[in-house]
Design a protein around this ligand. Structure first.
Ligand SMILES: [Cu+2]
Length: 181
């Protein structure tokens, strides 16, 4: 009888061929396990990176772990046919536009994290294709040009009190006031 060397914690007598087979299987499993672990780590890192990025508002460069205040805005038209922005839900606040503006006044509290969800609901017409964007310059809020029924969400930190203007760069009448207090 041949006596085989101790292998890890397992010891005892093995048939030489069986031992080789077991070793190669163990090696194979080990490699697959490593691939799976590497895969999980890579996917987890990418997911973690995007999750982390999503906590960074557009106007600061560090993450903020607050529950954002959501403001749902859609494009529309005023009674006299001018392009405007409108609130999608009644938030209980003031919705009437300031003088000379087509769009409602938004009021948020200083220090709040604010997520603007904008959707362009103006239909394309033969005269003009529906393209609008949403901007609050002081807070680095700039949406892309949104075609009909396109939407975008932008989160910023309302860290500065004051009165600001949100607007569409393509239509000068599309503007409203943002008050942070
Ligand atoms: Cu516009």
């Amino acid at each position: 009888m041949l006596n085989f060397v101790h292998h890890g914690l397992n010891s005892g007598k093995y048939h030489p061929i069986k031992l080789v087979k077991q070793k190669s299987q163990a090696k194979k499993l080990g490699r697959n396990t490593i691939f799976i672990i590497v895969g999980i780590v890579v996917i987890g890192s990418i997911g973690g990176y995007y999750a982390y990025q999503s906590f960074i508002p557009v106007n600061v460069d560090y993450p903020i772990f607050l529950v954002p205040e959501n403001i749902l805005i859609k494009t529309g038209k005023t009674a006299d046919g001018q392009y405007s922005f409108g609130l999608q839900s009644s938030r209980g606040g003031k919705q009437t536009p300031q003088r000379g503006m087509t769009s409602p006044t938004l009021i948020v509290s200083k220090g709040n994290l604010v997520s603007i969800h904008i959707i362009n609901e103006i239909l394309n017409t033969d005269a003009e294709k529906s393209i609008h964007n949403f901007n609050i310059d002081e807070f680095n809020v700039h949406s892309k040009d949104l075609g009909y029924f396109e939407s975008q969400s932008i989160t910023f930190l309302a860290d500065t009190p004051g009165e600001f203007i949100y607007h569409c760069t393509l239509h000068s009448e599309m503007k409203g006031q943002l008050i942070i207090k």
